[in-house]
Design a protein. Sequence first.
Length: 266
Amino acid sequence: MNRISILTYVFTVLVFASCAPEEPRDLLDGEIIDLTYPFSNETIYWPTDERGFEFEEIHRGYTDAGFYYTANRFCTAEHGGTHLDAPIHFYEGRREAHEIPLDDLIGTGIVVDVTSQTAEDRDYRVQVEDLEAWEQANGRIPDRAIVIIRTGWGQYWPDREAYLGTDLLGDEAIPELSFPGLHHEAADWLVNNRNIKAIGIDAASIDYGKSEEFKSHVVLARNNIPIFENVAYVDQLPLTGFTIIALPMKIEHGSGGPLRIVAVVE
């Protein structure tokens, strides 16, 4: 074999080697924690939505042609169970559900734990001081993080009365609502002092139950920050060291929608 042939052979081997497929990698390299409640007749909705989650079985069993087939139909409001609040939900002209960039729904997660405060006050609102205390213990909130608030309210799901503070339905239930949330000053601090992608909470609303003006919703929505509510099993998350993947139903012109949210823990 002459020198030119040897060089050609070596070049060919290198090209094929560079094109050879790598060992398959698990893109979700870590423990996957489902943060989503299943939708069912137990799903908790805002009291003014009295229909809840409606599920109709269309067919279950073998067809005349001999194969097995199952199909169902469901009907649900956008805002119930584990769900997304799109910015348009509380601010005119902001993003609708289908307009939220995927990059805003996937990112580094942190947990702000206020369970000791909510154990003393079920109407507790997360304060700026709680966020500052988190940073003193864990370092600055990462740029473009997804903040998850742990109130401990998941312990009450799906007990409607314990979770919402009332089992009443309709307008008469609203004055009786009682559960924790995020103070609007803390929402404003996150918007103006940190650069977060999204925020979630393990309670029925980012605003506490007794809110009448929903100021935290407004602050976040005005800044096109998606909100995740009724996030499940937050007690299984560490304070840091995980990635959030939150993929809502892509409803065109939607103000929100059912959300499948998971955490990948390093």
